[in-house]
Design a protein. Sequence first.
Length: 258
Amino acid sequence: MAVLLCLVNYILRGLRWRDWMNLYQRPMAWGQALRIYLAGYTFTPTPGNLGEAVRGLMIDKQPLTPLQSLGIFGAERVADLLALLILSVPGLFWLVGVYLPLLPPYWLGLGMALAALLMVAIWQLLPKCLLRIHWLKESWLCLQIRPGRWLALTIPAWAAQGLALWLLCQQQAIPIDPMLTIGLYAMAMVGGALSMLPAGLGGTEALLTGFLMASGVGLGVAMTITVVVRLLTLWLAVALGAFFLLYSAAIRKEIRLL
C-alpha cells in the first residue's frame, strides 16, 4: 500500500507536468507524458533536483527550449513547496505545542513579528523577482494557468506520500495521527529542499528521524522507518526513472539522450 501511495504521487505530478507541456503547445497522450515525466526522475539526485529540468529537452520531437524547460521546472518546485507548506500546518501546530512551553514568553512575540515580516517580504518581492529573471518569468506564466487544478493535483500527491509514512508507522504499532504524520513528512521535505543538497539527502532524513523521535518513537525504529520511507519516496522514483529513460529512448523512441 505504501508503494502504491508513492506511485499516486508520481502519477498526479506527472499529470500536472503534462498540463504545463500543453501550455507550450506540446500535447501528449497521458501514457507518453507519464513515461517522459518518470524518466526525468533519473536526474533527481542533483543539487536542488535541478537535473529534472532536462525533461522538456529530452523529447525527440519538438523539444522545449531551455528557457521553457527551466520555466516548468521552476513552476514544479514552487507548486511542490506551496503544497508542502500547506500540509505542514498540523506538524507546525504539534511542534509549537511541544516546544513553546520551553521558550521564554518574549520569544513568541519575536517569532510572530519575524513571521509577519517574512510574509510581507515574500508578498511584495516574490512576483518582482520572478518577473526579473527570464526563466522564472516562464515559471510565473505556468503558475498563473489554472492554479486550482495544479494545486488540486499537488496537495493530494504529497499527502499520499505522507500517508505512506503513516502506514509504516502503523506497521510498527506506533499510535500517531495520520494528519500529524503528513505534517511531519511535509516539514522534513521542506527542510531537505531548503538545504539545496541533492534530493535533500541527509537533511530530510535527519529531520524526519528527529520528528519521529520527538513524537515518542525510539531511535532505532525512527531510523528504520526513515530509511524505508526514503527508499520508497526517493530511490524508487530514481529506479523507475532509469527504467523509463531506457525504455522510452531505446524502444519507444520518444526521447533522445544526446
